[in-house]
Ligand binder design. Structure first.
Ligand code: UDP
Length: 367
């Protein structure tokens, strides 16, 4: 039972499009020959999913996208639907009949669909838990029953407050108190990881888990709290950039094209099955440093406004001082290395914002 939404057939719009990521040959990539596969991408209308759809279709694969458009946007994949390069199914990953029907028709699944953004997670704890847990249960269980491999997208949030240097996949995890809603997200995503690996152990499912660290680039919306699109929107519209806390907290920002390249290398790598891999850039930058970089690169005369955490988030929030990945496993297995700097990501987001491609974002949501 697959419901397709096919938009009116028209040529792709001639507006700014970042295009698919670099198609250069990949050193160390373990290709499955030249076989073209059919992938299901859950959450494929979202920020990362839409770029992955671009990349897989450009590589000649077939792609089915399922998305309930709760946070994903049809604009992100409209060009792929119009040119009939993907099949789009508007529906929920919690719909078991739908998922079994779609999974039957594909070779493998990339499970990206998830509640996103610290703001949503803190504001809507029940939705976060139930949709992530139920959705991942349905997708992973149906895929296991049909013996379809799943690449499960988890998050660096599962490491919790751990911040002593670069985090590797075997590090112990330190989650905050249960009363702090932020950690619900880590709990729900950890369930998905454990289930993916559980099916790999018990049924031999060829599942792979990836932990995505901060990822940025065109099409990311600032609507759910993500810092870079918010800063860029503020800078290009002449508003102050809202730095939460004192801005000394650090993050490492990967360009989405590098993230997608890592995902594709893992999909192409037989030895990745059953493993857990960090994906992220390892160059650290403070959030105040990021704000200054955005102001400089956009040529904006905006100032920085420091916003106390108590004003920025609900009480279920807890900040992380630092978060940096150790990507040795991924690099060793696939030869991947990030190729784009944070400045390139900032420039791409500025271009995207100036071209009016970042969707609707009410002024008060960035103020
Ligand atoms: N942040 C900020 N101003 C904003 C949005 C976020 O200073 O307008 C900070 C936030 O407190 C955190 C960092 O930017 O320290 C990254 O936030 P994001 O929500 O993008 O990712 P995460 O906290 O999950 O790493």
């Amino acid at each position: 039972m697959v419901v397709s939404l096919v938009l009116q057939e028209e040529p792709a719009p001639q507006t700014y499009s970042p295009g698919p990521p670099d198609m250069a040959p990949h050193h160390g990539r373990l290709l499955k020959g030249t076989r073209k596969l059919k992938y299901l991408i859950t959450g494929g209308a979202g920020f990362i999913g839409s770029h992955l759809s671009d990349r897989l279709t450009a590589d000649g694969h077939e792609v089915v996208v399922i998305d309930d458009l709760s946070t994903g946007r049809i604009e992100n994949i409209e060009h792929l639907i119009r040119s009939r390069r993907i099949e789009f199914v508007e529906g929920s990953i919690t719909d078991e009949d739908l998922m079994v029907g779609v999974l039957e028709s594909v070779d493998a699944c990339v499970h990206l669909a998830s509640i996103v953004g610290v703001s949503l997670v803190v504001d809507r704890p029940v939705d976060t838990l139930l949709s992530n847990v139920r959705g991942s249960d349905v997708v992973l269980s149906a895929a296991a029953g049909l013996q379809k491999p799943v690449l499960y997208a988890s998050t660096s949030e599962v490491y919790g407050k751990l911040s002593n240097g670069a985090l590797d996949e075997h590090a112990d995890r330190i989650l905050g108190a249960i009363q702090k809603n932020r950690w619900n997200y880590a709990t729900s995503k950890s369930f998905g990881e454990a289930l993916a690996l559980g099916y790999a152990k018990e049924l031999g499912s060829r599942n792979t888990v990836v932990r995505l660290f901060n990822t940025v680039g065109p099409r990311q919306t600032g609507m759910y709290g993500m810092v870079l699109p918010r800063f860029v929107r503020q800078a290009v519209s002449g508003q102050p950039l809202t730095v939460f806390g004192d801005g000394t907290q650090t993050r490492c920002f990967a360009h989405v094209y590098d993230t997608v390249d890592a995902l594709v290398r893992l999909l192409d790598c037989e030895e990745a099955a059953g493993g857990v891999f960090n994906i992220g850039n390892d160059t650290e930058i403070s959030i105040l440093g990021l704000a200054r970089r955005v102001i400089a690169r956009s040529g904006s005369d905006s100032d920085v406004r420091f916003v106390p955490y108590s004003e920025a988030y609900d009480e279920g929030f807890e900040e992380l001082g630092r978060r940096k990945p150790d990507t040795g496993l991924l690099r060793g297995l696939t030869g991947w290395a990030p190729e784009r700097s944070v400045d390139e990501a900032i420039d791409d987001v500025i271009l995207h914002e100036r071209a009016g491609m970042n969707g609707v974002l009410e002024a008060e949501q960035v103020a």
